[in-house]
Write a new protein. Structure first.
Length: 370
């Protein structure tokens, strides 16, 4: 079956790139072996927006799966991931048409609860992709196709820390590590941002330094292991979330962090946030890959031409990417299986580190969407 071939490439890429995984991931395509559609199904697929090329890559995966299975889909989404009400209206309109299944990447997981309950009441199976919904009404979500975002955030921290370890060890005073998250409402962004913070806290404390977390209330409260007040900490992790999801507003938040003389590193936790960090750097010119020479170490998340260029030229140390293509691909497979009446298990997809040394590797480059 073609699904095995495609997933093999993704898993190979993860191994070649040194994905920090603690367990071997079960092959998610196994439950779809031999799958055929009982009918020519049509599925509404709710993406978060058409703002980032990430979603274009997801739709390429949907295209491939739909062609293989003989089904169709219609992608819908708001102009921006901040347009939560617009997405909810689109979801409700789609549900009113009684589809045989619904694909959903929720901009705000709390805002879709009523719609999901309606799906339960009407017997419409929902497959979430990119973003899970931990508190979804029972029986509403039949399959989750998502990156392990806690792990993916920790991968960013694990690869950043060696580049700044000596700076932290030898600092005369307090240093700041920044993090820009596009929101504090999407479960995937929440998990990713928290995964980075918690792993960084763990690594810093293991080297005998104290840590405090400040900034956005959600991330401050979700952090685990911080052991000092801001005024006393050796390292402060400063977390910023813009009022809306735009590169411009992420850039404003990043500039406020990068402008501080004791800022030594910064993480942008998705494509919009990472591009915002780079936009801020266009004015400040502080990012680079040599902390010993005073560079601020930047790490991104996702891909896209702007982030890939920054990784290639050393402005970013590297980035962590997912496989939106595979999330879109398996979301269509899962919806088809659900429409057939099958019971499903969740489908984990890989996230992995790339930098200037492996960005062009033949097993990695196909997963770095533009």
């Amino acid at each position: 079956m073609k699904a095995k071939k495609v997933m093999a490439l993704v898993l190979c890429a993860a191994m070649v790139s040194g994905l920090a995984a603690t367990t071997v991931m079960a092959a998610p395509e196994d439950q779809f072996e031999g799958l055929t559609a009982n009918e020519a199904y049509e599925f509404p697929m709710m993406v978060k927006s058409f703002q980032a090329t990430y979603w274009e890559a997801a739709m390429k995966g949907m295209d491939k799966a739909a062609e293989e299975l003989g089904v169709t889909y219609t992608a819908q989404g708001p102009n921006s991931e901040s347009d939560i009400a617009d997405q909810v209206n689109m979801i409700n309109t789609a549900i009113a048409a009684n589809p045989v299944g619904l694909g959903l990447a929720a901009c705000d997981t709390s805002s879709v609860q009523e719609a999901l309950q309606t799906c339960v009441d009407k017997g419409i199976p929902v497959v979430t992709f990119d973003t899970g919904i931990a508190d979804a009404p029972e029986g509403s979500v039949v399959c989750e196709v998502c990156t392990d975002n806690n792990q993916a955030g920790s991968v960013a921290a694990e690869n950043m820390y060696p580049a700044i370890k000596d700076v932290i060890a030898n600092a005369d005073g307090q240093v700041i590590i920044g993090e820009v998250n596009q929101d504090a409402t999407g479960l995937n962004i929440q998990q990713r941002g928290t995964g980075f913070i918690n792993k960084m806290i763990e690594l810093i404390k293991a080297d005998g330094k104290t840590v405090a977390v400040k900034g956005n209330e959600f991330y401050v409260n979700a952090a685990e292991g911080a052991d000092a007040e801001e005024v006393d900490a050796d390292v402060v992790i400063q977390v910023a979330v813009p009022a809306q999801t735009t590169v411009e507003l992420c850039s404003t938040e990043a500039q406020a962090i990068l402008s501080q003389e004791n800022c030594i590193a910064i993480f942008g936790s998705n494509q919009v946030a990472a591009e915002g960090v780079l936009a801020a750097n266009a004015n400040l010119n502080v990012l680079g890959s040599d902390a010993a020479n005073g560079d601020v170490i930047g790490v991104g998340f996702d891909a896209g031409s702007i982030i890939k260029a920054a990784v290639t030229d050393g402005t970013f140390l590297g980035a962590v990417t997912q496989s939106p293509l595979m999330m879109g691909y398996y979301a269509i497979y899962a919806l088809t299986a659900a429409a057939n009446g099958a019971e499903l298990e969740d489908v984990p997809t890989a996230g992995y580190w790339y930098d200037s040394t492996n960005i062009d590797d033949e097993n990695i480059a196909p997963n770095l969407y533009d």
